[in-house]
Each structure stands twice: as structure tokens, then as C-alpha cells.
Design a binder for this molecule. Structure first.
Ligand SMILES: [Zn+2]
Length: 200
């Protein structure tokens, strides 16, 4: 495809690289603690607001089979985990658990973007959660609607063997993270936090 389309930065559309040095610098900012309207029962950190570079990069990684950007975001996510570990806010040994994606979205996007980014971190990943019934799109739903849409909708497909850090692309109300942590806690798993690429 590179022969047909000029390569453009996922963050600012400047030609040349999948992610230009300036956008990489922006994404390298330390993650910060955020508070969502629905409480996921664990601390949540975000790489940045759902705006500007962060928003464009997340939209770009969701494009169908945009594996190049997903691979580049792996080290960005890994650096944030290392940063939180260095600050003493996260334990050293962690298993990343990607928040589940609706099967229909994954088909449209050519795989699950969040799972692909997690796989590119080089850290241990467990694909622990899935939707156990058809779940409607969360877009356009309010806090209560999102909570009801997801209630009892997740199931454990395999058990992570260690302390869990949940990972998602965008935290809006926190309902996906809450449903994920509740499912893992109910199965006796040790969830210690959640890391998102953006918060809306
Ligand atoms: Zn850029």
C-alpha cells in the first residue's frame, strides 16, 4: 500500500512517517490519573484527552487493518506502564487485559485494535474477556444506558495469571472498564488499575 498511498502521520497527517517525531513527543507525556462517572473500582490513568494528536491517533489505529499504527502504539503504552511502575503506582509484574470489543466492530476494523496494541507492548497479555451476548453500540448512550447495555454482558474466556492492568482506547463514562473489572473481580482476579489512551 505504501507504493500507492503516500505515508502520512496518524497524528497530524504530515507526510513521511506513520507517526512523526513531534506527535511521538506528544504521546510520550506521562499518563495521569482520571476519574470517570462510573466507578471502575480501580485507579484509571489516561495518556491524554480525547482531542488533538491523541484523538487522531486513536481514530487512525481503529481504521481497518491499520496494523502499522497499532504496532507503533505498543511501545507508547509500554512506556506509560514503565512510568507508572517507576512512580510506584503500579506493581512490577502485570498482565495486560484488553477491554473487550464487540465482534461486529472487530470484523469491521480488521481485528481488535486495543488487543493489537497490547500485543505490541512486549508485556504479558491475556485476552481474558469477551461479550457473551450481542451488545449494542455504546455510542449515543448516556451513563445509565451504557451501564444497562453492558450489565451481565461480559464473560471470562480465560483467567489471567497475575495482577491485571485493564487497557482500553477511550474512557467515556467508565462503564466498559467497570463492567470489565466487575467480571474479573467476580472471578477472583486481582485487578490493580486501568490504562486508557484517551479520556473523553
Ligand atoms: Zn505527526
Amino acid at each position: 500500500m505504501d507504493l500507492l498511498l503516500p505515508r502520512r502521520c496518524a497524528g497530524c497527517a504530515s507526510p513521511g512517517a506513520h507517526l512523526c517525531p513531534r506527535c511521538r513527543q506528544t504521546l510520550r507525556n506521562p499518563p495521569r490519573r482520571i476519574h470517570t462517572r462510573v466507578d471502575p473500582h480501580v485507579p484509571v490513568w489516561s495518556l491524554g484527552p480525547y482531542a488533538g494528536t491523541h484523538r487522531r491517533v486513536v481514530l487512525s489505529m481503529k481504521e481497518r487493518r491499520n496494523l502499522a499504527v497499532r504496532r507503533l502504539l505498543g511501545p507508547v503504552l509500554a512506556a506509560s506502564v514503565t512510568h507508572l511502575q517507576a512512580r510506584g503506582e503500579l506493581a512490577d509484574a502485570l498482565v495486560l487485559v484488553p477491554a473487550p470489543t464487540r465482534a461486529a466492530s472487530a470484523r469491521v476494523r480488521g481485528g481488535d485494535p486495543v488487543a493489537d496494541v497490547c500485543a505490541a507492548t512486549g508485556l504479558e497479555v491475556c485476552d481474558a474477556l469477551r461479550h457473551d451476548r450481542s451488545v449494542g453500540d455504546q455510542v449515543g448512550l448516556g451513563v445509565e444506558g451504557r451501564r444497562r447495555n453492558l450489565a451481565g454482558a461480559l464473560e471470562l474466556r480465560r483467567r489471567p495469571g497475575g495482577r491485571v492492568l485493564l487497557v482500553d482506547d477511550v474512557a467515556t463514562t467508565g462503564s466498559t472498564l467497570a463492567a470489565s473489572s466487575e467480571t474479573l473481580f467476580a472471578a477472583g482476579c486481582d485487578v490493580v488499575g486501568a490504562l486508557v489512551m484517551c479520556h473523553a
